[in-house]
Design a protein around this ligand. Sequence first.
Ligand code: SAH
Ligand code: SF4
Ligand code: F3S
Length: 470
Amino acid sequence: MTDHLNTKRLHVITWGCQMNVYDSARMADVLAPIGYGPTEAPEAADMIILNTCHIRDRASEKVFSELGRLRVLKQAREAEGGRMILAVAGCVAQAEGKEILARAPYVDIVLGPQTYHRLPEMVALAARAGGAVIDTDFPTEQKFDFLPDEAAPQTPGGLSAFLTVQEGCDKFCSFCVVPYTRGAEASRKVASVLAEAKRMVAGGAREIALLGQNVNAYHGEGPDGSTWGLARLLYALADLGIPRLRYTTSHPRDMDDALIAAHRDLPALMPFLHLPVQSGSDRMLAAMNRKHKAADFMRIIERVREARPDMALSSDFIVGHPGETDADFADTMKLIREVGFALAYSFKYSARPGTPASGAPNQVADAVMDARLAELQAVLRQQQNDFNASCVGKTMDVLLTGHGRHPGQIAGRTPYLQPVHLQGDASVIGRIARVDISAAHPNSLSARLLDEPRLSASVSPLPTEEPACA
Ligand code: SAH
Ligand code: SF4
Ligand code: F3S
């Protein structure tokens, strides 16, 4: 392994989705060969990257207010005769790069989500030019082909690692900025995914979550030149002996038979599916350009539950999309009650510049959205509480990921992504242990270690014999 001298300090601030978390780690990887090592302290950094999200509300105001704070640090450094490079990355940078440079001329680099493999050149240019560097291209080359290879140090992804396999989106939902900020849908080659998964496992990962804005639309080129779907990729990853696999975020339209079968066949594929539906009203689903109906979603849920009876479900909801009536909202509430979600994310519709819905004439009043959101969240919260409560007394395999907040406390995650706390020795961290769930709290569970934790990679995980909670 090549040894790099980390003489300069890099601080990365990450907002937004898991893909941004992954991208931040890769930006650190790309900068390591030119001497940047991580620091938690922004004031001590030689370079700060603000990795931004544009998905909802006042995204750019939030960026400018953070930049104002970072500017003070940069000026303090310059007053001491030093230098700090300030970079803005991610989806706001992609959408509003020029405006950032106009309003915050002290920013040195602006880069979009598809160009971070070029960061070393940008840093060199910024150092030389004295002026700002902007790179918000959608390059023809795939950044993944330019990320450091096995010889380079990998920013550790931890026991539970994210691995981006697919980027961008061609679905153009009426409300969403992602197709504009992340660009067209593109899948990474199978060989590149498998190589990175192996590195993650070698670095200690016990769980890998495959990421994509439309991860189940994955269609990567296989080693034999054929196209692989997500299911085939999951079988190949399971063959590597990775104990826990997940994928997120999926679109109902891409839940194909093979993927549903993978849930039946692969014990390593965790029985938890995040499948955003947004609305339970067919009228709204059409207005949102989701290209599926509520009944299609219900059918998928039924089939997924048939394939994996202990499956827990999660989703995203938007209330107040333009044109949403009380009847449409009632349809969403009906769908929620019919499915019963273990977890869900819900949002007030937020008009995003450049998206078709933002120009629609029939915008919903803010107070109406507030009321609908409160009603919907009360039911989702109750469902989450019920799900957590139904886990008490069950036995589960929990990935123990670190120390809890209290002395002697160990933290972990259930197959259903619930945070778990238990008393144990630090030596159990990193293991998948069988536990007994002893109590449920609003956002977490308490548990007791049952037997000797099962040792790592050599032991293939068994699905819990108990049915799902709930
Ligand atoms: N690719 C995923 C979602 C990506 S964005 C999918 O297709 O489902 C994550 C979530 O943010 C979305 O599911 C949606 O619920 C929410 N969201 C996106 N744009 C939004 C907007 N303009 N207003 C409110 N919520 C939004
Ligand atoms: Fe956005 Fe729709 Fe694409 Fe999801 S599928 S990223 S909501 S446009
Ligand atoms: Fe945000 Fe971009 Fe992710 S807009 S949600 S960081 S894809």
